[in-house]
Structures are given as structure tokens and as C-alpha cells.
Design a protein around this ligand. Structure first.
Ligand code: HEC
Ligand code: HEC
Length: 372
């Protein structure tokens, strides 16, 4: 609780520079909670100075991506102010992913991930993760030159004004602290290449879903080729999906998994907020429903309407705390707090529909469950 309060206080006093503030606090709390390794860590390798040197392309002149890399798309993508994204993974030759814990896949040392962001057909940045010999992940971002011919390493603090957005705002390339606020907020640092995200039966109602690029990398693809080992067989026979009462609810919970669950889960430093939006593949019950529907707001944010007493009030999206957060880009109120400048109108519409259609009956169910 103290940590959450500290974060909120920090937010209040830093409204202008909210991203850095939240990021710094998250890292701080994460750092404190993470057990300190007794093994001496080798000196951290620096990221390559250019995207070219990360090995994404066979030919940087023609931007031909190395055909050995696998291209993929998570079923519930992160929304980043409408950026178009492409993603690749490269496994070292002969090495495989260990999926025996379906919630936290273990990637071999030398695994590389890239994620490219474009706005209006123009490449703006490419993010990079690489698993180092000591097991930690290297984080880097490369900013594209406006003519699209070069992509250079972005300073650790990130880069503002990377591309103009609506309403006089602009896309910010996150600093390393912000990368880690999202990527180190739960049990797995890799967020979009996971059991649920690569389900062989993706949600047809997923918001902002991208067509799964050829060759259709999913659980079955990875297991068939021996790239993913140890994954419990049942997850192939019955592909994982978000448990929900309706298609709208499935999409709403899936959206929050992809856009909120990396911070709001039961493992990371924000677990004390008690908001569990990450969908596990072996969860019993529905933590996302239990921690939102008829659940009181823990601490109203500055600017939040006083009648938003519950996180989700069935049939009343206008009085639901979650709607106020998602529908705002006022720094102290907005959710997510990082990585976005604009309100995701389609998400607001989806969550609005979900809450409008959620039966108040849930209330009794919830109370009953608590009272048992
Ligand atoms: C607002 C939270 C957030 C921030 C900030 C963020 N990421 Fe991510 N990132 C995600 C999520 C969620 C995914 C998976 C969903 C997707 O790709 O759409 C992801 C995916 C990725 C991937 C593909 C591998 C994976 O984990 O799925 C890479 C590479 C990546 N991010 C690198 C970075 C780097 C480097 C930074 C900082 C420069 C960064 N990210 C900042 C949330 C974030
Ligand atoms: C980068 C991490 C991060 C992400 C991503 C994120 N949040 Fe949060 N969230 C926080 C922090 C930190 C707080 C506590 C400070 C505050 O209340 O603003 C919080 C608080 C909240 C609260 C208030 C809980 C209460 O009862 O007081 C709600 C509701 C919420 N977030 C919803 C969301 C939703 C919905 C999303 C996705 C659309 C989301 N968050 C994404 C970090 C995050």
C-alpha cells in the first residue's frame, strides 16, 4: 500500500512528466522486490549503435529481413496511438524455448526480438530485446531517419517528438525506464510471445488485432517444429482462451490483458493495488472480473468523478472507475500511464459496451463468493 501511495503521490507532483515519474517509481519498487542475485553479473554489453548491427536484415539497403527470423503477431496487441507494428523473433540455431511453465516461457540466451512501429506508412522506431549470457534482457530502441534509410540507437532517456500525432501531440520513443516499467511488471519480461498471445484459436473479436503474418506462428507451429518444448499437451488440444460470459466480455478482458495486464497482475510490484487484469492460462476463477466488477476503487485519482466509486459498476460505464481512467489522457488519471498520448476511442467503446451489458446480478455472485 505504501508503494502504491508513493506512486500516486509521485504522479500528483509530476503531472507534467508523468511517464518518467511512473516509470521511475515502478522500477524502484520492482528493484526492491526482486531478489538480489548472489552470482556476480558480467558487465552489461552495450546495445549495437545501429539497427543494422542487430542483425534484423540480411540486406539493409533493401530492408530485406533475414528469412531465418520468425514474424509473429500477438492476439491481443498493445495499442500505441494507432501505430502499425511488425514483430520478429530469432532463436539461436539449435536452441529452443522451454514452455513447461506456460505462464513464463524461458528463452535461450541469444534470443532476439524486434518490434517495428510505423505511423502512416513511415517507419518511426524499432524496439529491440536480446537475452544476454547472464539471463537478463538488453533493451534498446532505434529511431528511423525521416527518409527511412538509417535507424540509430535512441539515448537511454528516450526521444520526444518522434512523429506528430493528432491534437498537437507527438509520439515519444520510451526511455529504458519506461520499457522496463511495462516489461518487468510481472513474471515474464516477454509480453507478446506467450501461451495466450499465440493461442492457435485467436479471438475473432480482439480489438486492433492484426492478421497473423505468414507463416502463422502460433503454439502449434512452434511445437510442430520443435521450437517450443515442454508445453502442457492440453494447451494444444484445447487452445487457451480468455474465459468470459459473452464475446464482448472476452474481447474486453483480452484488451485489458494486452494493454494493462503487464502492470496489473498478481506478481509484479503493483500487485497491492489488487487489480488483476493479466489473464493466466491456468487461472482458477476470473481474477479480472473479481477485481473489477462491483469492486470499489482503491484510491480515486485526481480528476476522477466522485461518483465513480466502483472500478466497474454493471450497466453504468459512466460511473465506472476504469472508464474514467481509460477515457482520459490527463496525466494523473490516464491509463495506461505510459506509451500513449491519445485516448484509444475503440477501447473506450468496447469497454463501455461490456460494462453496459454486464448484468448487476454479478454483484450477488461476487458478494456470495466473498461471504463464503
Ligand atoms: C506501455 C507498456 C510498454 C512499454 C513502455 C514498452 N513496451 Fe514493449 N511491449 C509491450 C507489450 C504489452 C508488448 C506485447 C504486445 C504487442 O507487441 O503488441 C510488447 C512487446 C515488445 C517486443 C516484442 C517482444 C515481446 O515482449 O512481446 C519488444 C522487442 C519490445 N516490446 C521492446 C520494448 C522496448 C525496447 C521498449 C522501450 C524502448 C518497450 N518495449 C516499451 C509493452 C510495452
Ligand atoms: C505501466 C504500468 C501500468 C499500465 C500499463 C496500466 N496501469 Fe493502471 N495503474 C498503474 C499505477 C502505477 C497505478 C496506481 C497509481 C494511480 O492510481 O494512478 C494504476 C492504477 C490504476 C487504477 C486505479 C485502481 C484503484 O482502484 O485505485 C485503475 C482502475 C487502472 N490502473 C486501470 C488500468 C487499465 C484499465 C489499464 C489498461 C488500459 C492500465 N491500468 C494500465 C500502472 C499501470
Amino acid at each position: 500500500m505504501a508503494k502504491v501511495t508513493a506512486i500516486t503521490e509521485q504522479l500528483r507532483s509530476n503531472q507534467g512528466r508523468h511517464s518518467a515519474a511512473v516509470g521511475a517509481m515502478l522500477i524502484l519498487t520492482f528493484g526492491l522486490l526482486k531478489s538480489v542475485s548472489a552470482v556476480p553479473q558480467p558487465a552489461t554489453a552495450n546495445p549495437p549503435a545501429t539497427l543494422k548491427d542487430t542483425g534484423l536484415y540480411t540486406d539493409f539497403g533493401t530492408l530485406l529481413v533475414d528469412p531465418a527470423h520468425l514474424t509473429f503477431a500477438p492476439q491481443y496487441p498493445l495499442w500505441s496511438d494507432g501505430a502499425t507494428k511488425r514483430r520478429w523473433i530469432s532463436l539461436p540455431p539449435g536452441k529452443v524455448i522451454d514452455g513447461s511453465d506456460p505462464e513464463v516461457w524461458i528463452f535461450p540466451v541469444g534470443t532476439r526480438f524486434w518490434k517495428e512501429f510505423s505511423f502512416n506508412g513511415q517507419r518511426v522506431e524499432t524496439r529491440y530485446l536480446e537475452r544476454r549470457a547472464d539471463g537478463s534482457w538488453l533493451y534498446a530502441a532505434y529511431a528511423w531517419s525521416p527518409d527511412g534509410r538509417e535507424a540509430h540507437l535512441v539515448p537511454v532517456r528516450g526521444k520526444r517528438g518522434a512523429y506528430p500525432l493528432a491534437g498537437g501531440r507527438s509520439h515519444t520513443i520510451p526511455g529504458m525506464t519506461d520499457c522496463k516499467a511495462c516489461h518487468q511488471g510481472g513474471a515474464s519480461e516477454i509480453l507478446g510471445f506467450s501461451t495466450l498471445q499465440l493461442s492457435s484459436e485467436p479471438d475473432p473479436g480482439s480489438l486492433h488485432a492484426e492478421l497473423r503474418p505468414d507463416p502463422g506462428v502460433d503454439l502449434k507451429y512452434l511445437v510442430d517444429r520443435g521450437l517450443l518444448v515442454g508445453l502442457p499437451k492440453t494447451l494444444l488440444e484445447t487452445p487457451p482462451r480468455v474465459a468470459a460470459a459473452t464475446a464482448t466480455e472476452r474481447a474486453a478482458l483480452g484488451y485489458m490483458h494486452g494493454n494493462c495486464g503487464h502492470c496489473h497482475n498478481d506478481q509484479g510490484s503493483l500487485r497491492n493495488i489488487g487489480l488483476f487484469l493479466r489473464q493466466g492460462v491456468k487461472d482458477a476463477g476470473q481474477p479480472a472480473i473479481d477485481s473489477t466488477v462491483n469492486h470499489p476503487v482503491k484510491k480515486p485519482a485526481p480528476g476522477q468523478s466522485p461518483d465513480a466509486v466502483l472500478r466497474v459498476e454493471p450497466e453504468h460505464p459512466e460511473r465506472s472507475g476504469i472508464m474514467q481512467r481509460v477515457g482520459s489522457r490527463y496525466p494523473a488519471l490516464q491509463m495506461p500511464p505510459l506509451g500513449t498520448e491519445l485516448v484509444d476511442d475503440e477501447a473506450v467503446a468496447l469497454l463501455y459496451r461490456w460494462i453496459s451489458e454486464t448484468a448487476p446480478l454479478r454483484k450477488e455472485a461476487h458478494i456470495e463468493q466473498k461471504g463464503r
